[in-house]
Design a protein around this ligand. Structure first.
Ligand code: SF4
Length: 253
């Protein structure tokens, strides 16, 4: 059972550094172009460290919210989580894994039968096809065990870098990259840690900016931060501990 993050913004207000170094946008008009031109100041070691410190204080034990008991179950849950909430996935997977606990149980399974099990997660036809395909390849090529390299994981149907990073980081403790899901993409761009327009390029920027021993925890922390505070439609800026470090046009303060 994954450990939930301990705290929330109000309960863990972080003492904020106030200097211009850490808040480079405060003296400029909010102009997205000027932000990108001043990217160096946004990614200064002091500012980045302040962001790490705030995330550590907010979510010291952030972990993956998808329920799983092994790497294969996490792989399946992550495939199911595309365009779906983790809460919804966690409602579907207990019964799914009770019926089909291991990769071999999906081999030869009729796609229509799996579709019925996962229907409520959306995009169920593609997801069923990916899960059966991935399980079959795991059985046929990897002796029934989920492979532990990015290169091998990317050969599985339905697995791209985000899913591979989730499995490697959470199930195996291997930092091969930074998970960039919808939350990480939105939050890191709002915080001007990257100006990039695609998850792949955002990940490359984050891999340069974040020390490798933080890649896994940083992903978890930012996902929880995006869920609980820096939400897509109505970010909770008035209670955000990173507010003084942020001059996103999306701010609600
Ligand atoms: S101040 Fe608002 S937009 Fe900026 S990081 Fe915090 S919640 Fe997100």
């Amino acid at each position: 059972m994954p450990t939930k993050p301990k705290s929330h913004a109000k309960a863990a207000a972080v003492a904020q550094p106030k200097s211009q170094i850490l808040n480079p946008g405060s003296s400029r008009a909010a102009n997205p172009k000027s932000k990108i031109q001043n990217r160096k100041s946004y990614t200064s070691p002091e500012r980045v460290k302040a962001i790490f410190a705030a995330l550590d204080k907010l979510f010291p034990q952030a972990e993956c919210a998808l329920r799983h008991e092994n790497a294969f179950q996490l792989l399946v849950a992550t495939i199911l989580s595309a365009q779906c909430t983790d809460e919804r996935v966690n409602k579907v997977t207990p019964e799914l894994f009770r019926k089909f606990p291991a990769p071999k149980d999906f081999v030869g399974l009729a796609q229509e039968d799996l579709e019925q099990e996962i229907r409520s997660t959306g995009f169920f036809r593609n997801k069923a096809k990916s899960i059966i395909g991935a399980a079959t390849r795991i059985v046929q090529n990897y002796g029934g065990k989920v492979p532990q390299t990015m290169e091998e994981l990317l050969t599985l149907p339905g697995v791209a870098r985000k899913t591979a990073n989730v499995v490697l980081g959470t199930a195996f403790g291997i930092a091969s990259g930074v998970v960039v899901d919808t939350h990480v993409f939105r939050v890191t761009r709002r915080l001007n840690l990257t100006p990039q327009e695609t998850p792949e390029k955002v990940e490359l920027d984050l891999m340069k900016l974040v020390p490798q021993d933080r890649w896994v925890s940083f992903g978890h922390q930012v996902i929880w931060f995006g869920r609980k505070i820096c939400q897509a439609r109505s970010p909770l800026c008035p209670e955000c501990p990173l507010e003084t470090l942020c001059d996103s046009p999306d701010k609600t303060t």
